[in-house]
Design a protein around this ligand. Structure first.
Ligand code: GLA
Length: 400
């Protein structure tokens, strides 16, 4: 965990809390929680097919500082939006003037529906996960609220519950039919490690990232992801059609994750397009995750890079969730010496690409992207270097 950055965010929250809610509030009376964003290294659009993913939590996060109230009122203040949102536990509704609060009341609603007894609370929120970039700032907010409420009301939530309730809040109250990857890695990530997750059993393994001289670079296309939600739901539908097709022929198949490359090859000719290509992506991507985890665990960066490149091609051609901007940054990065591999990351249709790059070549990638990308797209890219961070937790304010 990058403790200084966390401490700065926590200090901003405490200061805001005092300004908005109670000038006399001290560290002793406040609880602070944090939860990180994520970048997915490999395993895209596999989570909702019961498949495998391999993301890492990043050193960018959402921090919340708060305390219980004696009544049933929830008062929130977002430092980043400089906005307050207030609701009653008995009447949880969207605050149309403060859409960021959807994630908080969504979580509150999900917890109440699940039978947890909450009370009122007040909290200040600040974060540094780039927003709208596909780095899971929303999952970070959901998991930070869950972590704070868990501490304030002794809910006894485990990692899996946090991930599931966060996902449910997003599904039911924000209206995005996302899988479990983002919330899971925000809750369960580990510093210096990737998280290998089986999205069916939710068994996971922290895999040490033997990156040696390599760095994880994330290139934000700055292309907004307007169409992402409807296309995302359409892909989920196509995958369901594909899974139903295979289930009719192979009784063990419950989801596309159960379709082996051999079974796919045996039946693919009977599948209609584009469902055939959607299935091919999921089947091959699940295998790439298994191969990629082995490669990274063995420190074989070249092999991992080749899998990243293959993943991008599959997302572009078979799954069709890339876009001109993502293809361009991947192409530019791939052309730079010292780049092991690059691919779009997250849902697609904009947002970010991730590249594995030799540390001496980070600057060359940055320059190559900044030289060519703006002229061809009219957009100004951002390039970030992230390290694998610890999943959500409570911050010791006195020690921060
Ligand atoms: C979004 C969703 C995740 C996952 C990815 C694609 O980030 O929130 O659940 O489906 O897209 O891999």
């Amino acid at each position: 965990m990058d403790q200084e950055r966390t401490a700065r965010l926590a200090a901003r929250c405490v200061e805001a809390f005092q300004r908005r809610f109670d000038p006399g509030a001290t560290f002793d009376g406040l609880t602070a929680a944090r939860a990180p964003g994520r970048v997915n290294l490999i395993g895209e659009h596999t989570d909702y097919n019961d498949g495998f993913v391999f993301p890492m939590a990043i050193d960018r996060e959402v921090v919340m500082v708060g305390r219980r109230r004696a009544d049933d009122t929830v008062r929130l203040y977002s430092v980043d939006y400089d906005q307050e949102s207030v609701f009653e536990l008995s009447r949880v509704e969207p605050d149309l003037g403060a859409r960021w609060s959807d994630y908080v009341w969504g979580v509150v609603q999900v917890l109440q529906e699940a039978g947890f007894r909450l009370g009122g609370f007040e909290a200040a929120i600040a974060g540094d996960v780039p927003r709208g970039a596909g780095l899971s700032s929303s999952a970070a907010l959901e998991v930070s609220v869950l972590t704070l409420l868990d501490a304030l009301f002794d809910l006894g939530l485990d990692l899996v519950q946090k991930a599931r309730y966060g996902q449910r809040a997003e599904n039911q109250f924000v209206g995005v039919a996302c899988g479990i990857m983002d919330q899971f890695v925000s809750a369960a990530g580990k510093a210096g490690h990737g998280l290998f997750l089986d999205c069916r059993s939710l068994d996971y393994q922290h895999v040490p990232l033997h990156l040696e001289d390599a760095r994880v670079l994330v290139i934000d296309t700055r292309k907004s992801r307007e169409l992402a939600d409807s296309a995302y739901n359409a892909r989920r539908q196509e995958c369901q059609e594909g899974a139903a097709f295979f289930a009719r022929r192979i009784p063990e198949v419950r989801a596309l994750r159960d379709v082996t490359p051999e079974a796919f090859a045996a039946y693919e000719a009977e599948l209609p397009e584009p469902v055939r290509r959607r299935c091919r992506h999921v089947v091959t991507e699940c295998q790439r995750v298994l191969d990629g985890v082995k490669a990274l665990a063995a420190g074989d960066l070249e092999a991992f890079g080749r899998l990243m490149n293959a993943s991008h091609a599959s997302l572009r051609d078979d799954y069709e969730v890339s876009c001109r901007e993502l293809d361009l940054v991947v192409e530019i990065a791939s052309g730079v010496e010292g780049v092991y591999g690059a691919r779009m990351t997250g849902a697609g249709f904009g947002g970010c690409a991730v590249a594995l790059v030799h540390k001496e070549c980070v600057e060359a990638v940055r320059q190559a992207v900044c030289r060519r990308y703006p002229g061809e797209t009219g957009l100004t890219p951002e390039v970030y270097e992230f390290t694998a961070a610890e999943g959500a937790g409570i911050i010791d304010l006195a020690g921060a």
